[in-house]
Design a protein around this ligand. Structure first.
Ligand code: IYR
Length: 223
């Protein structure tokens, strides 16, 4: 075997019952995750956010190029700028850009063009997708499966934040080009999602619609 390879570490077999306990517990925990739109302004320590971003950074990616970049924002002025720009886009979205079908689909969520949480929440994490890069910073190779890779990393970021007991919202004001400039990122990176992060507000409510989850039979087939 070529010296390109190193021994696998960190995997060990546990009993089937242990595996069962772990996945049942994980499912119980993750099935309580909700998209939150009412955030407390209580601060969340930066090292928790850093560590969750590191979890996201362990995601698999095309050719291991890790085509993601995270800008974590707690600065109040920057949050205000983001809120203003996002609400401007959302006013156009709700005021005519979105189709009737789309607005109908959103009706159960009760969303509108007001996004106060963009200033209330202690952290916003802007996730960017890099069309070019490489496995090491500063490289300029073509990246592969960029959307899939950044989607996987974002899912792992949400999972980490949820495990920490934090509320999240995957916010996608469209178009999100303003994030590139406000976050000082190069034009070669595409804003992927704006993650809103913090403790849920006291008395936080979520749409009942969010509780409708497809069951195993609806989302899978075993052959
Ligand atoms: N970006 C808008 C609209 C919106 C779109 C979808 I698809 C959602 O699942 C939720 C909202 C907004 O954030 O209000």
């Amino acid at each position: 075997m070529s010296d390109k390879f190193v021994p696998l570490e960190g995997y060990y077999r546990q009993s089937e019952d242990q595996m069962r306990d772990i996945v049942v517990q994980l499912h119980d925990q993750m099935s309580l995750r909700r998209s939150i739109r009412m955030f407390s302004s209580d601060p969340v320590p930066r090292d928790i956010i850093e560590r969750c971003i590191q979890v996201a950074g362990t995601a698999p990616s095309g050719a291991n190029h890790q085509p993601w970049y995270f800008v974590a924002i707690s600065d109040a002025d920057t949050k205000t700028k983001i809120r203003r720009a996002a609400e401007e886009e959302e006013r156009e979205f709700y005021g005519g850009r979105a189709s009737e079908e789309w607005l109908d689909a959103l009706d159960p969520l009760g969303t509108d063009d007001h996004k106060p949480f963009l200033e209330t929440a202690p952290w916003l994490i802007a996730v960017f997708a890099q069309r070019r890069g490489g496995e090491q910073s500063g490289q300029d190779k073509k990246n592969y499966y960029v959307t899939e890779s950044v989607g996987l990393a974002t899912g792992m970021l949400i999972t980490a934040l949820h495990h920490a007991g934090l509320g999240t919202l995957t916010h996608t004001p469209a178009p999100m080009g303003f994030l590139t400039e406000i976050c000082g990122r190069p034009k070669t990176e595409k804003p992927f999602v704006l993650m809103v992060v913090g403790y849920p507000a006291e008395g936080c409510k979520v749409p009942g619609h969010a509780l409708i989850k497809k069951n195993l039979g609806e989302i899978s087939t075993f052959i």
